[in-house]
Design a protein around this ligand. Structure first.
Ligand code: NCD
Length: 358
């Protein structure tokens, strides 16, 4: 087991993503990048999420879940806007009985008095047993985990979105949604997954694309206006994994073969001077007029928030799974938090004894 406490920040930072993952599996485990996951781990989390969901349906089950982590507190540190990721992590904590505290705006913390973000985080770790954090600076969550590993209070860090780079827990809920959507049609292996929109700065796509490389014979289609295409770094990782992909601007021709269509909004908060407003994105949207072209089983997904890339006209089409996708986030995050504290066996035992709703 490689330890974060045993490596300098410089050496750690310079490691390839796939090697960094080994440093996050220790005690406590951190969830920082998509590349730290194995397929086995994904399957374990998906199965656990479904069990938690079923157990929670009954009052006695919900009460049991609430006892599991009632001795723990989580700090939700969200230095960037968030609705779903914040609320679903908070709800996941509540399901497992963790109390939560939050800082949702750095302006309300002592950072405005000149305290370094590192000291701020160390302060959080004095009160909390886990930090769930979103930050505009790419790699900052890794820095936080590394820094805490060099204190006497290393607590787990969950990356709830960092920069334009990583969003591993969103990728988990997307995988869970794909697994559930394709449950009756052979699972995720062999499927065509089409990503549409701002793929250059969409951290959800960057994390999910790599996670999908853990599946057999999936084919990824990256559909975007040229200036917003997926980064070469992700394509290099897919090449190394032997995952097939197509990079294109032609959304229409991918629609009929898509098993999942993953829409994203333009991430213009990263624009230097409003440059993305000059890009014609009209062809990168989906609406009622496309519903006859796509398959009956296609899952239409979106990490949300959406703008105009998905017409509200299709919200009630059974193929529009983005609302379910959002709710899945709460269950898979509960599963992740539970495994972070190593308490999954108790849920599995409870489930096997009572088989709630199975
Ligand atoms: C995404 C994000 O923050 O990266 N939102 C989310 O977590 N569901 C996607 C986005 O903001 O477009």
């Amino acid at each position: 087991m490689k330890k974060l406490s045993g490596i300098s920040w410089r050496d750690f930072k310079a490691l390839p993503l796939l090697e960094k993952g080994d440093y996050f599996q220790g005690t406590p485990p951190h969830t920082l990048i998509a590349q730290q996951f194995t397929r086995e781990k994904l399957q374990e989390l998906c199965a656990l999420a479904t069990r938690i969901k079923r157990i929670n349906k009954r009052r006695d089950g919900a009460n049991f879940l609430k006892t599991l982590l009632c001795d723990k507190r989580a700090m939700l540190y969200f230095a960037q806007p968030s609705s779903r990721t914040y609320l679903s992590h908070n709800a996941a904590c509540q399901i497992l009985g963790l109390d939560t505290m939050d800082v949702r705006d750095s302006k309300t913390s002592s950072e405005v008095k000149g305290e370094s973000p590192e000291d701020t985080i160390r302060t959080f770790s004095s009160y909390a047993d886990m930090i769930i954090m979103r930050h505009p600076v790419g790699g900052f969550a890794e820095r936080v985990a590394w820094m805490l590993a060099h204190t006497n209070r290393e607590i787990p860090v969950l990356n709830a979105g960092s920069g334009a780079d990583q969003h591993p827990t969103q990728a988990l809920l997307d995988i869970y949604t794909l697994e559930r959507s394709f449950e009756k049609i052979g699972g995720v292996d062999g499927k065509n997954i089409v990503f549409v929109g701002d793929l250059m700065r969409g951290r959800t796509v960057r994390s999910l694309a790599w996670m999908l490389s853990l599946y057999k014979d999936v084919k990824l289609y990256f559909v975007a206006p040229e200036p917003l295409q997926i980064g070469q770094d992700i394509l290099d990782l897919l090449d190394a994994a032997g995952t097939k992909y197509v990079v294109t601007q032609d959304f229409a021709s991918t629609m009929p073969i898509a098993d999942a269509i993953y829409m994203t909004r333009i991430q213009d908060e990263w624009d230097a001077e409003g440059e993305s407003s000059t890009i014609d994105t009209s062809a990168f949207s989906i609406g009622a007029e496309h519903m006859d072209i796509i398959k009956d089983t296609t899952a239409i997904m979106h990490p949300l928030p959406r703008r105009k890339e998905i017409s509200t006209d299709i919200d009630n089409d059974p193929r529009a799974v983005y609302w379910r996708q959002m709710r899945n986030g709460m269950w898979i995050r509960a599963a992740l938090i539970l495994t972070t504290f190593g308490r999954q066996d108790e849920v599995n035992q409870y489930y096997d004894n009572y088989k709630p709703g199975a």
